[in-house]
Design a protein around this ligand. Structure first.
Ligand SMILES: O=P(O)(O)OC[C@H]1O[C@](O)(COP(=O)(O)O)[C@@H](O)[C@@H]1O
Ligand SMILES: [Mg+2]
Ligand SMILES: [Mg+2]
Length: 333
């Protein structure tokens, strides 16, 4: 069987005029960094990478060693690429400028280096999420303001899933494409062309321990799902919650479903739990490109005008019909 690598796929995308040479190189560098993170994740205790780093990030969350390692790998790999104007990371408070003198590239890269940190020490799937925007500054150092573009302006978005196999899932605005890492060869192989989210689903993902803090529309929606055949939906639904957004979203891309981290009384003062710029926006672009929908419950995520780099938002995404139902319940309320 002829195997297509990520490199070949990207060259084809460039030939078809969907990406520039610089964006192709940028994605190649991110993919290389992802391979290095994958090696560290899979070595686990053997490489001494488990446990706390002993520091807090900008959000006041305790950093794991792997949060710090993954962040360093991504920053270092991309500093050298020459295609970036600046970066932003969940683990770094300010914009990360490129510390070299050569001309600035035309893109901004944002990432959540290690998503699902609470799962690292228990050997459950974690991931990396990234988003690419055009830099509006032409040669000058980008500021935080340069990054504050709505998600619909993303030119590429993707994630890596470090599961039983390592996968890279990518969109450049023409469908969603999945690649599986061949560890022996060291290359990503094109295994999942044009991934789509089924419109109908029988699965939902939400942290049910927060139920008493949810708003009424979410209470109503989940209560109806749980009533199954006996309730207004007239059929049974199954529940899953990995607590790694990457893993939960990947499941939805493979077999459908709805994922929710809604606004609740616990996270209301922060605006939500998940971060807009490097969690919600890239995942929303991927899900929409795969035929699904992504909303805060009130607005389309990709239309939100960001106010700050580390802004948090409520997230409801997945199969179209279910997301539309949640949005309708918010509207009715
Ligand atoms: O522990 P909770 O409240 O269920 O939250 C789980 C959510 O938090 C996250 O782990 C946040 O990501 P980080 O690990 O990057 O902070 C998501 O991946 C996941 O969906
Ligand atoms: Mg995360
Ligand atoms: Mg993280």
């Amino acid at each position: 069987m002829r195997r297509v690598t990520l490199t070949q796929f990207l060259i084809e995308q460039q030939r078809a005029g969907r990406i520039s040479a610089d964006l192709r190189l940028l994605i190649e560098v991110v993919a290389r960094a992802v391979k290095a993170i994958s090696v560290n994740v899979s070595k686990g205790a053997l490489a001494g990478v488990l446990g706390e780093a002993g520091t807090d990030n900008v959000q006041g969350e305790a950093q794991k060693k792997l949060d710090v390692i993954a962040n360093e790998i991504l920053l270092q790999a991309n500093e050298w690429g020459g295609h970036l104007a600046a970066m932003a990371s969940e683990e770094v408070e300010e914009v990360h400028q490129i510390p070299f003198d050569y001309p600035k590239g035309g893109y901004l890269l944002l990432f959540d280096p290690l998503d699902g940190s609470s799962n690292i020490d228990v050997n459950i799937s974690v991931g990396t999420i990234f988003s690419v925007l055009r830099s509006p500054t032409e040669g000058a150092d980008p500021t935080e303001q340069s990054f504050l573009q709505p998600g619909r302006e993303q030119v590429a978005a993707g994630y890596a899933l470090y599961g039983p196999s390592t996968m890279l899932v990518l969109t450049v605005g023409k469908g969603v494409h999945g690649f599986t890492l061949d560890r022996e060869m060291g290359s990503f192989i094109y295994t999942h062309p044009y991934m789509t989210v089924p419109v109908e689903t029988g699965e939902f993902a939400i942290n049910a321990s927060n139920e008493r803090f949810w708003e009424a529309p979410v209470q109503r929606y989940v209560a109806e799902l749980r009533q199954g055949k006996e309730g207004p939906r007239g059929r049974d639904f199954n529940m899953r919650w990995v607590a790694s957004m990457v893993a939960d979203v990947h499941r939805i891309l493979i077999r459908g479903g709805i994922f929710m981290y809604p606004l609740d009384e616990k996270c209301r003062s922060k605006g939500g739990k998940l971060r807009l710029m490097y969690e919600a926006n890239p995942m929303a672009m991927i899900i929409e490109q795969a035929g699904g929908a992504a909303s805060t419950g009130r607005e389309r995520i990709l239309d939100l005008q960001p106010q700050k780099l580390h802004q948090r938002v409520p997230v409801v995404l997945g199969s179209l019909n279910e997301v539309e139902r949640v949005v309708a319940y918010h509207r009715e309320a």
